[in-house]
Design a protein around this ligand. Structure first.
Ligand code: SAH
Length: 225
């Protein structure tokens, strides 16, 4: 799977993407990541990538020309399944979208900044707008990171233990992963539940399902609109 990220602030991505699980997936050849600096596609002496909004108002808007230029250059060499723009107005990212996306091949990811991007980019280039939640961030680079991490995680082979991703919260029938404990057996006078030390796999499975379900019910109650 290949991600081409178009960004006005590539440092955020350079600092965050090439560590841990994502960098291991790159090394294993499961994913490829290319970061494209919008400024490299800007014209004129000042390499301007943004400008003030028509009609007035606050903030700066990413200009269309550099984004169009970058996308068309990428499309000369590669076919893309989607051109995604990260936006608080987009379709909310869920585990289902993440799972479906992991089956795709090549993606262009456009990160906005400041007040947003020229609407003509969305009209002509973008095939899907993706939001990572109902709140507003100052740029699309962190959403791009969240997106790539969540998608890569479910690609077979990306995690050390192949079981991990499919037993996670939102992947399992109970809705939530069960509570986890590790050594020591007693910490600050808090004991690991006895059943987990029993070696009785049937009992452990029942206990885990019960606990996961009760946490999931609480989550549903707290997240009711
Ligand atoms: N004026 C816009 C917000 C711009 S925020 C509005 O009110 O809708 C600047 C950039 O941050 C956006 O272009 C987008 O790329 C990114 N961004 C902010 N919040 C986001 C979210 N919840 N999900 C995905 N991207 C987001």
């Amino acid at each position: 799977m290949r991600f081409d990220i178009i960004s006005a602030n590539t440092k955020i991505l350079e600092c965050s993407l090439f560590h841990g699980m994502i960098s291991r997936a790159v090394k294993k050849g499961l994913i490829e990541i290319y970061i494209h600096n919008l400024r490299d596609y800007a014209e004129g002496k000042y390499k301007q990538i943004d400008d003030i909004p028509y009609g007035g108002g606050s903030g700066m808007i990413l200009k269309p020309e550099p984004v169009f230029k970058c996308v068309s250059k990428l499309k000369e060499k590669t076919c893309y399944d989607e051109v995604i723009y990260f936006s608080p107005q987009g379709e909310k990212l869920t585990q289902k979208t993440v799972n479906d996306t992991s089956l795709l091949g090549n993606l262009i990811l456009i990160c906005g900044h400041y007040k947003g991007i020229d609407e003509r980019i969305i009209a002509k280039l973008v095939t899907k707008e993706v939001s990572i939640g109902d709140y507003v961030l100052s740029c699309g680079d962190i959403p791009a990171y969240v997106f790539i991490d969540s998608v890569t995680r479910v690609i077979p082979g990306a995690l050390g233990d192949g079981e991990s991703a499919i037993t996670d919260t939102f992947q399992v029938e109970t809705g939530f992963d069960h509570p986890q404990y590790t050594r020591p057996e007693v910490y600050k006078r808090l004991r690991v539940p006895k059943v987990l030390l029993s070696g009785n796999h049937r009992e452990i499975k029942i206990w885990r399902e019960k606990k996961a379900l009760s946490k999931y019910k609480k989550y549903l109650k707290n997240n009711k609109n």
